[in-house]
Ligand binder design. Structure first.
Ligand SMILES: [Zn+2]
Ligand SMILES: [Zn+2]
Length: 148
């Protein structure tokens, strides 16, 4: 029985494509996560996937997450005004805050209905708690932590 090889991002990486990573300009590779097609950057480990596949993927990855990841990180706006070019159509992608958990800024192409996620962004969305608990202090590590 052939075992499917997936990497630590749950991606089964296939052949390199001609599409260019919007984040690091490496060539994206074909990949699949749970049978869903994605484009995957083996260099920066970002993902481009159809918006329709995004929520099912997050839901699936959340079922795999380890129960330790309950820290909420403050929104990192360092990437809020970057300008990505869609690897599929060459138009500018739209950066905006993701409305779900994780406090991340995401980039989408409305024309292609695709979403770009940096590796840490997918991790943050997946690892974020389902509900927002109350936080009352900053810890020295620079992140907000649960106080109970
Ligand atoms: Zn990249
Ligand atoms: Zn596009």
């Amino acid at each position: 029985m052939a075992e499917i090889q997936v990497n630590e991002d749950e991606v089964q990486v296939g052949a390199e494509t001609a599409s260019v990573c919007p984040a690091c300009q490496a060539l994206l590779s074909d990949g699949t996560i749970q049978g869903k097609s994605v484009l995957y950057c083996t260099k920066c480990r970002g993902l481009l996937l159809p918006i329709a596949n995004f929520l099912p993927l997050v839901e699936f990855l959340r079922t795999l997450r380890r129960p330790t990841g309950s820290d909420i990180q403050p929104r990192d706006n360092s990437d809020a005004d970057r300008h990505f070019t869609c690897p599929q159509c060459g138009k500018s992608m739209t950066g905006h805050p993701y409305g779900g958990p994780g406090n991340v800024n995401i980039d989408t192409c409305e024309s292609c209905s695709v979403i770009w996620l940096d590796r840490n962004e997918l991790q943050r969305i997946v690892m974020a708690p389902d509900h927002y608990p109350v936080y009352s202090r900053y810890d020295s590590g620079g992140g907000l932590r649960r106080t109970n």
